[in-house]
Write a protein that binds this ligand. Structure first.
Ligand code: AMP
Ligand code: MG
Length: 420
């Protein structure tokens, strides 16, 4: 067996990221593209708005006809037509005339402005009301007022979104307005999850002496889903090389892009994952100078990238956050790989052991800025410490003591309302 190498978190991360590449593109229906990364440039085929239209319910008219009009001296215009949104009116607005118009309706020929209904003596919006023969307008307008011009938002031929752009609801809306129902995005990573250990039960099994339920498989599936990737559960492999091989084969058959396993990579006598990977993969075993999460295996299994995380649930989750998350986001085409971080002031003394430490914490906000307290006992089997946490405080490598009032970087899991 090879000797484990000692690496810093940054060295391990760099090596993990070097082993994965951005996945190929696929064409998907517009809504399936939400949260994904564009794999094409988007050029507008149409202008938006596509035609001149009114931004108000009112009257389309010629601005020159209202020159000098006021509440005391209203201008009188003949109403020669009515146009609703969706309709087209074949009438030309001649001097001294106006057309009743609704928001979004095309501005008729001859008109160069709209005056809102509120500024006329016919301040109603009821479609049923008969069209008045004439109106009085008690203000003047500039040519172009209350008209939305074609191409004001987007010009036909304009580059709208570039490859690499992340599609949020607003991008989905823009694509819909341009009639783009199918779009090329980076394929979703398919990630296999393998739990290993003779002590593991399925989650619907009653506890038995010496056994625990496989929680890591579920934490990891949830972490993968939260990244918009697709988990492939390989289930539980017993601590035999045959069992591990069989499960990994199922992952190969499913065509996964990445294997993630938990446990079996430390120095225990039954750590068979190590043995299998050394025989059939190209794998490095690392001791990362990180707490929690020291042991980490990384390489390939039959050509597929493989990340072996520690078994302890907290170590597994934190190692996933630090390494697997970045790898999956890179494969999905993202360039921002880490969680957002902020600087916080710690509200208690924190001891560390010189490894880069990820301390489960609660970050809040008050008039003095962001404050952090730890979630208490930090044992790597204590899952409730993660449930309480909204952040991980990063104690840098080499630091053994952090005094109350010091500043640390917080790796934010989420942004609850209490933070604002
Ligand atoms: P190992 O790396 O095999 O020495 O496992 C370290 C610790 O993690 C042990 O206490 C295991 O029982 C626990 N563990 C391993 N796999 C899982 C899992 N899938 N779910 C929950 N705990 C686990
Ligand atoms: Mg084990």
């Amino acid at each position: 067996m090879s000797e484990a190498e000692y690496l810093t978190v940054q060295e391990a991360l760099t090596a993990v990221l070097a082993g994965v590449s951005v996945l190929p593109a696929e064409q998907v229906p517009l809504l399936a593209a939400l949260g994904r990364v564009l794999a094409q440039d988007v050029v507008a085929k149409d202008s938006l708005p596509p035609f001149s239209n009114s931004s108000m319910d009112g009257y389309a008219l010629r601005a020159a006809d209202l020159s000098g009009a006021s509440a005391e001296k209203p201008a009188t215009l003949q109403v020669v037509g009515d146009v609703a949104a969706g309709a087209v009116l074949d009438v030309t607005v001649e001097p001294g005339t106006a057309v009743r118009i609704m928001t979004g309706a095309p501005v008729p020929a001859g008109a160069d402005a709209v005056v809102p209904v509120e500024d006329t003596n016919e301040s109603w919006r009821d479609r049923e009301r008969p069209l008045p023969e004439q109106i009085q307008v008690n203000r003047s307008v500039q040519a172009g007022d209350y008209i939305r011009h074609p191409g004001e938002d987007i010009e036909a031929g304009q580059a709208i979104l570039a490859q690499g752009h992340i599609l949020r609801p607003q991008e989905v809306g823009v694509l819909a307005s341009l009639g783009i129902g199918q779009i090329a995005v980076v394929r979703r990573p398919k990630v296999a999850i393998l739990a290993t250990g003779d002590e593991l039960l399925e989650i619907d099994q009653p506890l038995q002496p010496g056994k625990i339920r496989n929680s890591n498989g579920y934490t990891q599936a949830a972490q993968i889903m939260a990244l918009g990737a697709e988990p492939v559960q390989l289930g539980i492999a017993r601590d035999t090389e045959t069992a591990v091989r069989e499960k990994l084969q199922a992952g190969l058959d499913a065509g996964v892009d990445l294997f993630i396993s938990s446990a079996g990579v430390s120095v225990g006598a039954y750590d068979v994952v190590k043995a299998v990977l050394e025989e059939e993969g190209n794998i490095g075993f690392w001791r990362v100078r990180m707490r929690p999460g020291k042991p980490l295996a990384y390489g390939t299994y039959h050509g597929v990238p493989y990340l072996g995380l520690p078994g302890n649930p907290v170590s597994a989750m934190v190692s996933f956050e630090r390494f697997a998350r970045a790898a999956i986001r890179k494969m999905a085409g993202h360039t921002q790989l880490d969680r957002p971080t902020i600087t916080v002031t710690v509200q208690e003394d924190i001891d560390s052991d010189g490894r880069e430490s990820y301390i489960r914490a609660v970050v809040t906000h008050d008039e003095n800025g962001y404050q952090a307290t730890t979630t208490g006992a930090q044992g790597s089997h204590m899952m409730t410490s993660l449930v309480k946490a909204n952040a991980l405080l990063i104690v840098p490598e080499g630091v053994k003591y952090v005094a109350t009032g010091s500043q640390l970087t917080a790796w934010m899991f989420d942004w609850p309302e209490t933070i604002f």
